[in-house]
Ligand binder design. Structure first.
Ligand code: BV8
Ligand code: ZN
Length: 270
């Protein structure tokens, strides 16, 4: 058992981890809601931390339909550089711990705001041969897939490689077009002001209402409706556990707070 590892204002000790693991063993229904912090160790920058993806950028230029309509070349180049970087990344301890948990327990639901596909990759890598893979609810879509901005036709491309628009996007002429309607293709992610995939969102809230524990790992918890999901667990008598080196708007609702790295903490919990 690891000794205490300290982060800033709080100490996560072996004792609290053992108690928490014990409580998790008794829990019925667990939801794990993740954000960019669980992929940080895989080398994918978060959005709002120092040096993050949005540093020096304006969100409305890069992650809104208006930004895309105004300058699709700029948006595509930003997403393409993220997609190319993500292709080189592997799941890390946090993804693996969550994969172990959901592979071991059918009552564990993985809900992510991340678009990097690393939870699914960790599950694929750890699952027994030809066993059914537990689903990951992707609330904000996937950067590895494209869809048509007009008719929503999808281009899933080979899974990890992502859609095949690897041709470098120089100008409007090189923008990927829909084979069906000729409209502009776009990354299959959810931008601000766009609704989330209904089925994933409804299932996430339903599982959260049924869960005894909602573990919230690696998210600043300011984007809604994702950040409201843990509250559904609280409102139906469950508890929230937060895994994050920093404070978030959910911290005051958390029954257990692990001020540490998601990989370290979750590896001890799962
Ligand atoms: C919606 C695109 C209905 C994909 C993203 C006014 C007008 C319109 C809408 C709104 C409005 N006011 C509010 C809204 C709702 C809006 C919203 O919530 N805005 C907020 C910012 C105020 N939400 C929406 O628009 C959503 N849609 O509501 O539809 C609707 C329709 C029409 C009109 C109104 C409503 C759509 C939300 C999805 C937006 N898309 N990105 C992409 O490019 O990736 S959101 C973006 O933020 C990312 O997708 C990411 O998933 C999300 C959350 O970020 P985090 O993952 O939390 O990352 P962050 O960097 O913030 O934090 C990292 C955390 O990790 C930190 O806490 C850090 O401490 C921690 N950490 C770091 N290292 C570690 C760690 N933790 C553990 N271990 C470590 N090692
Ligand atoms: Zn189309």
């Amino acid at each position: 058992m690891a000794d205490a590892f300290t982060r800033d204002d709080a100490v996560v000790t072996g004792k609290t981890l053992a108690e928490a693991r014990d409580e998790l063993g008794k829990a019925e229904g667990i939801v794990v809601l993740t954000g960019a912090g669980v992929s940080a160790a895989s080398g994918i920058p978060t959005f709002r931390d120092a040096g993050g993806l949005w540093e020096g950028e304006k969100v409305e230029d890069l992650a809104t339909p208006g930004g895309f309509n105004r300058d699709p070349v700029r948006v595509w180049r930003w997403y393409q550089s993220r997609r190319n970087a993500i292709r080189e990344c592997q799941p890390h301890d946090a993804h693996r711990a969550i994969a172990r948990l959901t592979l071991a327990r059918p009552d564990v639901t993985v809900v992510t705001q991340n678009v990097d596909g690393l939870h699914q990759e960790a599950i694929r890598q750890l699952a027994q041969r030809d066993s059914a893979l537990p689903p990951v609810l992707e609330l904000h879509g996937s950067i590895l897939r494209d869809r048509c901005n007009l008719c929503s036709a999808r281009d899933d491309g080979p899974s990890r490689q992502g859609a095949n628009h690897t041709a470098h996007i120089e100008d409007r002429a090189s923008l990927p077009r829909c084979a069906r309607c000729g409209g502009l293709m776009r990354p299959a992610v959810v931008w601000f002001g766009e609704t989330l995939p209904h089925e994933a969102l409804d299932t996430a809230f339903e599982r959260a209402r049924q869960a005894d524990v909602c573990i919230v790992a690696g998210t600043s918890a300011i984007v809604h409706p994702a950040a409201s999901i843990p509250m559904a667990t609280l409102e139906t008598g469950g508890v929230i556990w937060e895994v994050n080196p920093s404070n978030t708007p959910l911290s005051r609702h958390a029954a257990r707070t692990f001020r540490g790295d998601a990989g370290e903490v979750l590896s001890h919990l799962a």
